[in-house]
Every structure is written in structure tokens, then in C-alpha cells.
Design a protein around this ligand. Structure first.
Ligand code: F6P
Length: 312
């Protein structure tokens, strides 16, 4: 089979450039890359379709066709969408419709045929899946990764601040794209039951998809990459990191608690990641406190402290 991955945001290259260093280069890209490679290794022909970026600050993403050396059956295809330079995902919407989709269709016309199926990622990829299916009949699956409704809730939107929030995040496009994607997809792929039954049931998606219809959903838990998270995995700066952590444990944790297991959270410092929820859950559970320490990794402790002070 020939399968196209629709993932306009962020980008892909064999060096995993910018992964986890920019908000558009997060877990979604790791997921897409790994699923794409797994499918390619089963013998299918895979194309990861993303945006061409010609920008001195982002030099890795200018070539139209790229590969992962040593891995067969997989191409990274970068096609223009709007201006040449890097754009954050919130600003891609009009360029996807005006340029990216026509460029995808033109590319495959020149190649002699479209993929048999597409798999669309996030609301922006989903919108492209919807429009490509309408134009060509090629079916698509939809993996939302993150739904806009939950982000609106985490940002504590009110009628007073909604316009300001929307100016920054363009939720008016995102929610519409997500509704269309979940409605038109061949199937919606979620990681958990919670995602299907709670997140897709949010009132802003009412009527878009029936969460109780098993034919409309597949739950596929993503799992963990043991080459990174396994007990034997070693990172480039293993010793320095361990030393740093030990130093902090001695500084911040009473001696009697130092050998307890840790509940570890590592993410961007963003309301949507619900770090405050984790702190609250830990603070409210004597059992958790007895059995483990809570540990966070992020770059900017000062911003988090300010956020806590603002709220409480
Ligand atoms: O930060 C990880 C991540 O999963 C990205 O890969 C993904 O694009 C993003 O979160 C979506 O976040 P948001 O809902 O804030 O747009």
C-alpha cells in the first residue's frame, strides 16, 4: 500500500532537528516519524508530507524530497504553503487551503498517482485530509494529538478574553477543522478511552461524531521507546545530568525521602500540560506523598512560580 502522512506543522529530517525545542516540534512529530517508519518496515510505501521552509534560521527543511538514511520505503516530502519562511502552526491555516493541498495534488499528478490512503495528524492535517478526500476520494484516518477545545478550557477562556485568545491561537479555524476531520475521517484514532469518551464529547464537538459508535474510533496506545526510556538507555550527557539531579535531590529533599521512587513530569511549561493539576493531585493525596516524590523538568522555573502565585 502507498500511505501519505499529512503533517503540515513542524518538520522532519534525519537529525530530528528542533525536536522538543520548539512548541511545533513536540511529541506529535516523534509519534508520526515512528509510526511512519514502522509502517514502512512492514513493506508499505510511506510519504510524510510536510511544509517546505526556505529560511536561513531553519536551514534543514528546504529540500523537496528527503529520506531517513538506512530506512527503505519512506520519503519526507516538503511542499510550499504560503511564504517561504518558517511559520508557527497557528498561522498555517489559509496557506494549507490555498497552496499546500493544490501542491500535494500537483506533486502526485506528476508522480503518476495518489497514495491509496492518507493519515492526517492534528486539526491542520485533518483539514487537508478532508479536502483531499473530497477532491480525490482518497480516504484518511484522523489522529488529533491535541484538541483545541481542551486548550481553550485550560486557557480559562471567558466571553471577555475569548477574542484576545483567539487572535493568538486561531481557534475559530482549528475547531472547525477538527469537527470536519472527526466527521469525515474513515476512523478516528485516539491514544486512550479518556480521549475518545471525554475529550471528543466536549460540547464544541457536539454532533460532529458519535463517540459511542465503535466503527468511528480505534484506540491505539502509543507505548514507550525503550531505547530512550529503558533502564539501560544512556543519553549523551548522562553523567552531568545525573550529577545535577543528585545535587538537587540533596538540596531539596529530606534525607529519609531521597530513595523514594519519583513521579516525573517533563514537558513544555504550558497550561494545557496541566502541571498545576498534577501538583494539586499530589498535594491532596497522602498516599502518593508517602510513596513517592514529585519531580519536574523544564527550562523556566521562574515562569511556573509566577503562574502558581497568580492563581492561588
Ligand atoms: O508539545 C507536544 C505537542 O503534542 C505537539 O507535538 C503538538 O503539535 C502540540 O503538543 C499541540 O498542542 P496545542 O494543543 O497546544 O496546539
Amino acid at each position: 500500500m502507498h500511505i501519505g502522512f499529512l503533517n503540515p506543522q513542524g518538520n522532519f529530517d534525519s537529525a530530528n532537528s528542533h525536536i522538543t525545542k520548539h512548541a511545533d516540534f513536540g511529541g506529535q512529530l516523534v509519534y508520526v516519524k515512528q509510526v511512519a517508519i514502522a509502517i514502512a518496515q512492514m513493506g508499505h510505501q510511506v510519504d510524510i508530507l510536510t511544509r517546505q521552509i526556505i529560511d536561513p534560521e531553519w536551514p534543514e527543511f528546504a529540500e523537496v524530497i528527503d529520506t531517513y538514511p538506512g530506512i527503505d520505503n519512506i520519503r519526507i516530502i516538503r511542499l510550499p504553503a504560503g511564504p517561504k519562511e518558517f511559520l508557527p502552526k497557528e498561522l498555517l491555516w489559509p496557506h494549507l487551503v490555498a497552496d499546500w493541498i493544490p501542491n500535494i495534488l500537483k506533486f502526485y499528478q506528476q508522480q503518476g498517482g495518489l497514495p491509496d490512503a492518507m493519515t492526517a495528524h492534528y486539526g491542520d492535517g485533518g483539514l487537508c485530509g478532508v479536502l483531499i478526500e473530497k477532491e480525490t476520494g482518497v480516504p484518511f484516518t484522523f489522529t488529533a494529538h491535541s484538541l483545541g477545545a481542551q486548550k481553550i478550557d485550560q486557557l480559562e477562556a471567558t466571553p471577555e478574553n475569548l477574542t484576545e485568545i483567539d487572535e493568538q491561537f486561531n481557534f475559530r479555524y482549528r475547531i472547525l477543522a477538527e469537527r470536519l476531520s472527526m466527521n469525515r475521517s474513515a476512523i478516528n484514532i485516539t491514544s486512550t478511552r479518556q480521549e475518545r469518551f471525554e475529550q471528543y464529547s466536549h460540547r464544541v464537538y457536539r454532533g460532529a461524531v458519535d463517540v459511542n459508535n465503535d466503527n468511528r474510533f480505534a484506540m491505539i496506545p502509543p507505548g514507550a521507546d525503550l531505547s530512550i526510556f529503558g533502564a539501560k538507555a544512556r543519553s549523551e550527557n548522562e553523567e552531568a545530568t545525573e550529577e545535577f539531579i543528585q545535587e538537587r535531590l540533596v538540596r531539596d529533599i529530606a534525607e529519609a525521602r531521597r530513595d523514594l521512587p519519583v513521579i516525573l513530569a517533563s514537558s513544555r511549561l504550558e497550561p494545557k500540560k496541566n502541571i498545576l493539576g498534577l501538583v494539586q493531585a499530589f498535594a491532596m493525596s497522602p498516599t502518593l506523598q508517602e510513596r513517592a516524590n514529585l519531580m519536574f523538568f523544564w527550562k523556566n522555573w521562574a515562569t511556573f512560580t509566577l503562574e502558581v502565585i497568580k492563581r492561588y
